[in-house]
Design a protein around this ligand. Structure first.
Ligand code: FAD
Ligand code: SF4
Length: 385
């Protein structure tokens, strides 16, 4: 195999795979280097014990927090990256997100680019990722977005009831944009069956809009595309100026490999892309590659979220609850009193007792809690999520 390609893409997740499928029709020679393997299709894909308690598909590696304490991150190294496990909620950023934003905890500076530069790519991505949604419901929309190619997913009766409560309070709930291959008009042949094991699980039916099924697998037979799995990229080597990548160095089962490309795209995820850049320090860039700002790897952010659980006397009629969201408080509280962003509210996916137990570190012995150990209530329970 040639060691030189027109394009080398590191990582086959949302970013790398989308780029690869977009470039594949150009005929350019493309090499995708992926540290993971193909995700097995097996019964455990939809087994809550295997997924949430045994963490069958998560990386076993340790990362270290700011106090040097090890932890196992909720990240997955497989072809398709984290998208095989994601919740498929596919939101756009808003124009104001790119401007300077004053938050309760400090000021987020303006981006050097604006939404208008992203907008055409959002439109393309929403088509590729088969997003279902409805325009005109979310009050934070710009009003210039093209319609979704697929209709919003219908609410289960329990969600419809909750939506009516929200409307009664004057909120403006909207259909959560979701990337699933659902053909509601033809349920017998629809790839997606709206099952109870979606967010957090790989889709056994490959009906979730994930990078492996939408972007990687459709291009694998093309003669100009090569995917090498089990290739962990270690560092990028550059010419003496430090401006041009000359070789991509990776670890393979049989030892070190070196590849070169006219263009090298680094799409190994937020933490690993930064790690590769920092590991690529050289005489021309002693703090790591592309790190003139000294900010590479310093501002990693994962979802900051609170899960709220509501207990009802009567059973709630729902199997696929993640269809509604509220953005009324996204920029501030419109009724006054809190003038900084408060975030986005979204229904979570269906959760059986097992994922609940896996996340609860206290156990409260309440009838609805399956964890059998003594506990503190209420302060020690839900905050552990
Ligand atoms: C449980 C869960 C739920 C989520 N839900 C949502 C949601 O509902 N909506 C949403 O928008 N986002 C969601 N996300 C986040 C979303 O999955 C990520 O933002 C997205 O996948 C990031 O894309 P990426 O290409 O940057 O990285 P990834 O998808 O992580 O892909 C990176 C790829 O690079 C590979 N790689 C890493 N290091 C190396 C290396 N050194 N050499 C070679 N290859 C390497 C990895 O194996 C992986 O395949 C969720 C994530 C998780 C874990
Ligand atoms: S069948 Fe539909 S709801 Fe179930 S995991 Fe697949 S995409 Fe998600």
């Amino acid at each position: 195999m040639a060691a030189h390609f027109d394009v080398i893409i590191i990582g086959s997740g949302a970013g790398g795979a989308t780029l690869a499928q977009r470039l594949a029709p150009t005929g350019k020679s493309i090499l995708i280097l992926e540290r993971g393997e193909h995700l097995p299709r097996e019964a455990e894909n939809w087994d809550s014990k295997a997924v949430f308690i045994e963490h069958r598909y998560r990386t076993k590696e340790h990362w270290y927090d700011k106090r040097d304490r090890p932890f196992t991150p909720n990240t997955h190294y497989w072809v398709g990256g984290n998208t095989s496990f994601y919740g498929a909620a596919l939101m756009r950023l808003r124009g104001r997100d790119f401007e300077e934003v004053r938050h309760a905890g400090g000021v987020s500076p303006a981006w050097p680019i604006r939404l208008a530069e992203f907008a055409p790519y959002y439109a393309e991505a929403e088509t590729l990722w088969q997003v279902h949604g409805a325009r005109g419901e979310d009050p934070t929309e710009e009003g210039t977005e093209p319609p979704y190619a697929h209709p919003a997913i219908r609410n289960d009766p329990g969600v419809e009831e909750l939506r009516s409560h929200w409307l009664n309070q004057g909120w403006r709930p909207f259909s959560l944009p979701l990337g699933v291959k659902l053909d509601a008009a033809h349920p017998l042949t629809s790839p997606c069956i709206k099952c109870k094991t979606c967010g957090g699980y790989p889709c056994l039916l490959k009906a979730k809009s994930d990078a492996r099924s939408l972007a990687v697998e459709p291009i694998l037979d093309l003669p100009n595309v090569t995917l090498l799995t089990g290739r962990k990229v270690l560092r990028l080597e550059t010419d003496p100026s430090g401006k041009s990548v000359t070789e991509v160095v990776c670890a393979a089962e049989h030892g070190e490999e070196r590849w070169s490309g006219d263009i090298v795209a680094l799409a190994a995820g937020a933490a690993n892309s930064a790690a590769i850049l920092l590991n690529s320090a050289g005489p021309a860039h002693p703090n790591g590659l592309a790190n003139g700002s000294d900010q590479v790897g310093r501002n990693y952010m994962f979802h900051t979220l609170t899960a709220m659980v509501s207990l009802t006397a009567a059973p709630v009629d729902v199997t696929f609850p993640k269809t509604q969201a509220v953005n009324d408080f996204y920029f501030n509280d419109p009724r006054g009193g809190f003038d900084t962003p408060m975030g986005h509210i979204q229904l979570l996916e269906y959760m059986s007792g097992r994922p609940w137990r896996a996340r609860c570190r206290t156990g409260c012995r309440r009838p609805w809690c399956p964890t059998p150990s003594p506990a503190r209530w209420p302060s020690g329970c839900c905050p552990c999520w």
